[in-house]
Design a protein around this ligand. Structure first.
Ligand code: ATP
Length: 200
């Protein structure tokens, strides 16, 4: 097994890269999907979030109103820190559990962690950063997701900077080109990762 953490700014193309690595045979463990599972209606984590942020983060049916929680977290640094302190340990535990299930295999395991901020994380041997200039990420988010430009920029500003993220990287995937260009880079990256997974 060889474990890498995959990260990148909002709109950089992490999901696109994760999907294309999965297509080449990677086992992708998606931190956001785990967060959604851990925050399901009636879960202990959701109870803790309501205790901290109030019942306004719930929909009438008792499920999490993600937009309401995101609005609180994006506008207030203390709230963002508190949210991270509640959510991150639970996600880490679940990711580690899923990684351990792959030990002894020759799989490349990709931990898709959008909000990666440090290298000592989840037992990954290397960090892959999907890199894109901020203006191009905003263009793609506005174009394909119909996200409001100011909203896209404020979400990007709430994350670590492009430079801070690049400083974490062992491998950089430059996603400023087209998808064919991306695939050429992923072919090379995949050969490298697979060789490491096979050699243990
Ligand atoms: P988020 O952080 O919001 O989840 P992400 O980093 O996972 O975003 P994607 O969803 O993979 O990013 O990509 C953002 C948008 O850019 C998508 O609409 C995707 O189809 C598009 N995209 C990704 N790579 C390219 C590319 N090389 N050329 C053009 N468009 C691209």
């Amino acid at each position: 097994m060889y474990v890498v953490a995959l990260t990148g700014g909002i709109g950089s193309g992490k999901s696109t890269v994760a999907e294309r690595l999965a297509g080449r045979g990677a086992v992708v463990i998606d931190a956001d999907a785990i967060v959604h599972e851990l925050q399901r209606t009636g879960s202990p984590l959701l109870d803790q979030l309501v205790e901290r942020f109030g019942p306004g983060i719930l929909r009438p049916d008792g499920s999490l109103d993600r937009a309401a929680l995101a609005a609180i977290a994006f506008s207030d640094e203390q709230a963002r820190n508190d949210l991270n302190d509640l959510v991150h340990p639970a996600v880490r535990t679940e990711m580690v559990r899923r990684v351990l299930a792959e030990s002894g295999t020759d799989h490349v395991v990709v931990l898709d962690i959008p909000l990666l901020t440090d290298r000592a994380t989840h037992g990954a041997s290397a960090v892959v950063v999907v890199d894109l200039p901020v203006d191009e990420a905003v263009r793609r988010l506005v174009g394909s997701r119909r996200m409001d430009e100011a909203d896209a920029r404020s979400r990007i500003a709430a994350q670590i900077t492009r430079e801070e993220r690049l400083a974490l990287a062992d491998h950089v995937v430059d996603n400023s080109g087209d998808l064919a260009d991306l695939d050429r880079q992923l072919d090379a990256l995949w050969s490298d990762l697979q060789a490491r997974a096979v050699s243990g």
